[in-house]
Ligand binder design. Structure first.
Ligand SMILES: CC(C)(COP(=O)(O)OP(=O)(O)OC[C@H]1O[C@@H](n2cnc3c(N)ncnc32)[C@H](O)[C@@H]1OP(=O)(O)O)[C@@H](O)C(=O)NCCC(=O)NCCS
Length: 146
């Protein structure tokens, strides 16, 4: 589901607990900016037994969207949660006039690359040494919506 401002304020800490170990503390910073209305990103979440099991942060500009972060709680992976998130995000994008979705992913992140490929994202190129800590290339991917 797409979280509104009040749900995000309540579940921000839960989302950060999932994202921060993977994204080096950036999830907390993004969520804080969104709650404080400094960033207009949208946050989608999937719940299991009333708790956040996975989230996806989406940024949109005109008819383009970018997946900023997506992560699933470590003990909940390979159960279709990221798939549920992507189905919802693609549906939301199609309804909201988005023509193309972009993202970047670490070259060594094979689970995520397989996930995006399964959802029809094409690999468009490489951005050399894009990520710090450890330094690594980014793979640029995109998907056109019908
Ligand atoms: C990538 C990630 C979001 C996938 O979440 P998930 O809920 O486990 O994914 P799903 O169960 O919905 O799987 C969807 C598809 O992703 C791919 N996939 C997911 N995990 C995989 C793995 N460990 N190895 C290979 N493919 C994998 C498969 O294609 C899978 O489809 P299948 O089950 O039909 O084979 C999850 O591994 C994660 O949170 N990783 C850490 C954060 C991250 O790397 N985010 C992306 C940064 S750009």
């Amino acid at each position: 589901m797409l979280l509104d401002h009040s749900s995000l304020s309540k579940s921000g800490a839960e989302i950060s607990r999932i994202g921060d170990p993977v994204f080096h503390g950036n999830t907390f910073l993004f969520i804080e900016d969104i709650i404080n209305k400094k960033a207009p990103h949208k946050v989608f979440a999937v719940l299991r037994e009333g708790k956040i099991a996975g989230f996806l942060i989406l940024s949109t500009v005109l008819d383009e969207a970018e997946i900023i972060e997506v992560a699933v709680s470590e003990n909940m992976r390979r159960k279709g949660i990221a798939s549920e998130l992507m189905d919802e995000v693609c549906e939301w994008c199609a309804k909201n006039g988005i023509a193309q979705i972009f993202l970047e992913v670490r070259e060594s992140n094979f689970p995520a690359r397989a996930y995006y490929k399964k959802y029809g994202f094409a690999e468009d190129g490489i951005r050399k040494n894009y990520y710090p800590d450890p330094v690594e290339n980014a793979v640029l991917m995109s998907k056109k919506l019908p």
